[in-house]
Design a binder for this molecule. Structure first.
Ligand SMILES: [Zn+2]
Length: 96
């Protein structure tokens, strides 16, 4: 049995958008996870258990309003993380 949070899936996909990438310049796992966790805490979870359920929820998320809610939360989370990153100094990699 697999339970699947569609909101999480959508947020992970939207995290790759240019709007987010331009704000969150550090792509380390800590920063990316922080943004995702912060955004998902403010968004409603959409759990589905079947392939058909997944399609149904996906159809819901095709609505511009729902997509823009996810993007809005990701954007504000990215701004918070970008200005107050939790990564330790050595982890950032340094190669740009
Ligand atoms: Zn980082």
């Amino acid at each position: 049995m697999t339970v699947f949070n569609y909101t999480e899936q959508l947020a992970k996909e939207m995290l790759k958008r240019d709007e987010i990438n331009s704000i969150l310049t550090c792509k380390c796992e800590q920063c990316v996870d922080d943004v995702l966790a912060m955004a998902l805490n403010k968004l409603p979870a959409r759990y589905v258990s079947t392939e058909s359920g997944r399609v149904f929820v996906k159809a819901n998320y095709m609505q511009p309003q729902l997509q823009s809610d996810v993007l809005k939360e990701l954007t504000s989370a990215a701004m918070v993380v970008a200005s107050h990153p939790h990564h330790s100094r050595g982890e950032q990699g340094g190669s740009v």
